[in-house]
Design a protein around this ligand. Structure first.
Ligand SMILES: Cc1ncc(COP(=O)(O)O)c(C=O)c1O
Length: 464
């Protein structure tokens, strides 16, 4: 019943082993059935007896075969089982599936991958591998590498006005993990709720729901969250805000509104979770400092290296009030032990040796140029359109008074080869932002941006 293929790259021993093992699962052999002796099998297959002995030994060691002395080799008992009838299961569409080939995607997610500092990162990785003491290759503390936390606390104070000791920082696998763990820690029951800016990123909203809490929308306008609309009937577990560069509307929260948020959190005895994901890139004026600096006891600050460097690194962090650090550290340990120490060490050197500052300066020029290209192209093709949002980050919002961005229009535009993101998709309260779309430009070259706006114009002409 067995065969061998001498042309195959798979060894003869492996072929015999696999055929018997698979034959058992496919019920070609039954339990207790006697197999031919290795001598008989070898001669029928025209191979050496050693090959058969080796394959049998492995099957015996793994429990598939039993040897009965002076009797022979048998298929072991208790190893066959009825396989489940395979049911056709629905295949869930994944993000980005079924997109037409050369589509220009204005998704505000990725930074400029074409400018990742590959050479420097590669050199520093090599240096870390060569110089780092052996202990760094073992498990390390769940809070993350001390060196990185120390370097980061200085960097955050200087650049973002974040006031913290290195021990208050926990390195996470991106802001995503930090936000999920914060929700798990302080809002994991369905009788709790989180107040979020509306509109807000769909992903962050889903993260909060996944952790167990209800999500309560608080309207935001072009200046960010509207403090007068904060819920007073019930205390939220926390209030989620992106005060430096609101996503998607792109506003920067004024100091007056910031003070109102502080008063609210004190009055309701609750926390504020501040997401500060792209504010290093400000193209006009000076970047406004974090709200964490106003009240480090009540604000949990979340940052990431996904936009400033690359999301592929999966390095983010949470800056916590000291009384939350222990529980967060424990949760991180049971989630994934810790984020890669080696990548953290490389990043620490990258910051310490001044490469991050240099990279940010370089990228600011690139993104500023990409933003200008986008705004100029928009003005050329759509003189009536209004550009919304602070000149910062890697996206902007455009309002087209004539257009309602329905699902159909989005699809029509996709057929024209351009993907845009209606603000309504990010809104909890529907109907407020129907004329607005988010256009991310961080990962698109100037040529692609111009072409994308041209396609947008062609697509919308078909509609109007
Ligand atoms: C609002 C917001 N914060 C943070 C992030 C970064 O997430 P991560 O650090 O997990 O890549 C994103 C990603 O797109 C985002 O939209």
């Amino acid at each position: 019943m067995l065969t061998v293929n001498r042309e195959s790259k798979v060894s003869l021993t492996q072929q015999v082993y696999e055929q018997i093992r698979d034959g058992i699962f496919e019920q070609k052999f039954s339990e207790g059935e006697k197999l031919p002796s290795t001598r008989e099998l070898a001669s029928s297959l025209g191979i050496s007896r050693n090959v058969c002995l080796e394959a049998f030994d492995r099957l015996i060691a793994e429990g598939y075969l039993d040897v009965k002395p002076r009797s022979g080799t048998y298929i072991a008992k208790g190893i066959t089982f009825q396989r489940e009838q395979e049911q056709p299961r629905p295949v869930f569409p994944t993000k980005g599936s079924n997109l037409p080939k050369d589509v220009i995607d204005f998704r505000a997610a990725n930074p400029a991958m074409d400018h990742f500092p590959r050479n420097t990162w590669g050199r520093l990785s090599k240096e870390v591998c060569r110089d780092t003491p052996e202990a760094a290759f073992a498990y390390s503390g769940s809070e993350g590498v001390k060196k990185l936390r120390e370097v980061l606390s200085q960097y955050l104070l200087k650049i973002r006005g974040v006031r913290c000791h290195a021990d208050q920082i926990i390195i996470t696998s991106g802001a995503t993990q930090a936000l999920y763990m914060i929700s798990k820690l302080i809002a994991d029951r369905n009788d709790q709720f989180i107040a979020v800016e509306d509109p807000v990123t769909d992903e962050m909203r889903q993260i909060f729901s996944l952790a167990g809490a209800e999500v309560h929308p608080v309207p935001a306008d072009e200046g960010g969250i509207i403090p007068e609309s904060l819920p007073l009937h019930r205390k939220p577990s926390f209030l989620f805000v992106i005060p430096s560069h609101q996503f998607p509307l792109g506003g920067t929260l004024s100091i007056q509104r910031r003070v109102k948020l502080m008063e609210y959190s004190r009055k309701m005895d609750t926390y504020i979770v501040e997401d500060d994901y792209d504010s290093e890139f400000t193209y006009e004026g000076v970047p406004v400092h974090s709200i964490q600096g106003l009240n480090p006891e009540r604000v949990l600050y979340v940052g990431t290296f996904s936009k400033i460097l690359s999301p592929a690194l999966r390095i983010g962090y949470a800056v916590l009030p000291p009384h939350l650090v222990g529980r967060f550290r424990e949760l991180k340990w049971y989630t994934d032990r810790h984020t890669s120490s080696l990548e953290q060490l490389v990043l620490a050197r990258f910051i310490e040796e001044g490469y991050l500052d240099r990279h940010v300066r370089h990228m600011k020029k690139i993104y500023k140029k990409r933003r200008e290209t986008l705004t100029e192209s928009l003005r050329e093709h759509f003189p009536d359109a209004k550009i919304i949002g602070q000149a910062a980050g890697m996206h902007l919002v455009v309002e087209f008074p004539q257009v309602v961005f329905s699902k159909e229009i989005k699809e029509l535009l996709c057929e024209t080869g351009v993907l845009v993101y209606p603000v309504e998709d990010y809104s909890l309260n529907k109907g407020v932002h129907q004329h607005k779309v988010v256009l991310g430009y961080g990962s698109l070259t100037e040529k692609r941006i111009e072409e994308g706006v041209k396609r947008l114009s062609e697509g919308l002409q078909k509609y109007m």
